[in-house]
Design a protein around this ligand. Sequence first.
Ligand SMILES: [Mg+2]
Length: 255
Amino acid sequence: MNVKGILLDLDGVLYTGDNPLPGAPGAVRYLKGRGYITRFLSNTTRYSRATIESRLLAFGFDIGEDEIITPAVAAINYILETGLKRCHLLTTRDIHSEFEAAGLFHQNTEADWVVVGDAGDNFNYDTMNQAFRLVQGGAGLIALEKDRYWMGSDGWMLSAGPFVRGIEYATGKTAALIGKPSPGFFGMALRDMGLIPADAVMIGDDVVSDTGGAMKAGMQGILVKTGKFNLEALVGADPGPTMIIRSIAEIDTIL
Ligand SMILES: [Mg+2]
């Protein structure tokens, strides 16, 4: 495969739950050693970029904060560009901190935006109803991601998607999607790498959000059979991935 840049998903490709996947740190070192430009494109919306970096370091990965691109980072850029800064954040505390560091402060009323990420335990009737009321009252709805689920250390976990859909259903409005598979998210990563789509490949475990989104944006897509990989999703995928490998540890056979 002839490319200059590699976008890697994190969860399900480099680690699952609290464990790095076998051979994954070595695979990242291999790709960097071969001179590829790398970016790590995660749909994780529970953790800030700084927290993700320190988790990756603890797992043994040599990955810098500036190589990590998350929906929260992209949403902050997007919101700052609009000039409308009043955000109601239905997210984790860690993501609140990341918004605050950018000068965007959570507010319960009078919001321009309702931002929904994977809020974990912060999802409950009251927080969902407050988000619903603000969107019903005219605030814009921003989905950091719309993934259905992810693989936690003790089993499947609901992601932000089901909660975003709930607010969309109640209000009749559609959320602006920031994370994968939105073309804007992949475009932001490519601009950061200084590459055109034809020069890049996305490696992920989600045939829709990762490889499907990247391929619709003009890149190639390599699917790994770790993390949330499942055969049913692969059979129904349009487009299907360019290539499939067993795990990131096998990347040296094609790149
Ligand atoms: Mg993944």
